[in-house]
Design a protein around this ligand. Structure first.
Ligand code: GLP
Length: 238
């Protein structure tokens, strides 16, 4: 059983726009808390929607403090950082600016300490209000890969082989991610999934056992979670 509310749209664009609207509602509702941002291809149309809405409503995010969900660990420029991706798809395009962005340093010399620092910075800033999330084809959320614990916190983690391959990372690439426990502490979770490639993960998340084998299924226990899908991502739901 899932408590999560599911909305299915005819196109990826419509799903992204509705998720973006819900995110903005959350930003205004939980204004004293952080707004959590994810990277990934799915987020790009969501960010386009936020940018175009913000252009029409001056200063929509001028008081908003954002926080990063996860980051790839890399000392090379061959792996683009998620922080830069979020900046170029969203933050640098906001005409009315924003208050701050708590980022994860993917080049930190002590990634373990960087993970602890990021979590402490989030708590110090009041915790997460609304958290935007994608989902991996293996059901990962952030970089919480299959086998993760429901009480996991922000930490350094290895990536699943399928994640490394799908994202074209060098072998043994690691990451820092907010844990399932951190994500569950958000007041509201908004997840977006589009395309047939995500449909098995969505079916496992909603209809499979609630277990670390499908990390996204652990979020079903959240009291305020909404899932925005296109028809293709919803096709394996019964
Ligand atoms: C990536 C990241 C997540 C992202 C998810 C979906 O690997 N860890 O932050 O939300 O997987 O990515 P995409 O939207 O590119 O499929």
């Amino acid at each position: 059983m899932s408590r999560c509310s599911i909305r299915v749209f005819d196109t990826p664009h419509l799903a992204a726009a509705a998720a973006g609207d819900k995110f903005m509602e959350g930003v205004s509702e939980f204004g004293s808390r952080l707004a959590g941002l994810a990277a990934g291809r799915t987020m790009q149309p969501v960010y386009d929607h936020l940018v175009s809405t913000e252009a029409r409503s001056n200063g929509l995010f001028s008081e908003t403090a954002f926080a990063q969900l996860d980051e790839v660990l890399s000392n090379s420029r061959t792996v683009p950082s998620f922080a830069n991706e979020i900046d170029s798809y969203l933050l640098s395009r906001l005409s009315g600016r924003y208050r701050s962005f708590l980022i994860i340093d993917g080049q930190a010399s002590r990634p373990d300490l960087e993970a602890k620092r990021h979590r402490a910075a989030i708590l110090k800033s009041g915790g997460l209000g609304v958290q935007l999330l994608g989902i991996g084809v293996n059901g990962h959320v952030g970089f919480n890969e299959p086998g993760c614990r429901s009480d996991s916190l922000c930490r350094v983690t290895d990536l699943a082989k399928s994640t490394v391959e799908r994202n074209g990372y060098p072998l043994r690439t690691g990451a820092i991610t907010l844990g399932i426990g951190d994500i569950m502490s958000a007041q509201r979770i908004i997840m977006v999934a589009t395309g047939a490639v995500k449909s098995p993960a969505i079916a496992a998340m909603i209809e499979g056992p609630q277990s670390g084998a499908c990390p996204a299924s652990l979020l079903r226990a959240h009291a305020d979670m909404e899932l925005f899908l296109d028809q293709a991502a919803a096709k394996d739901l019964s």
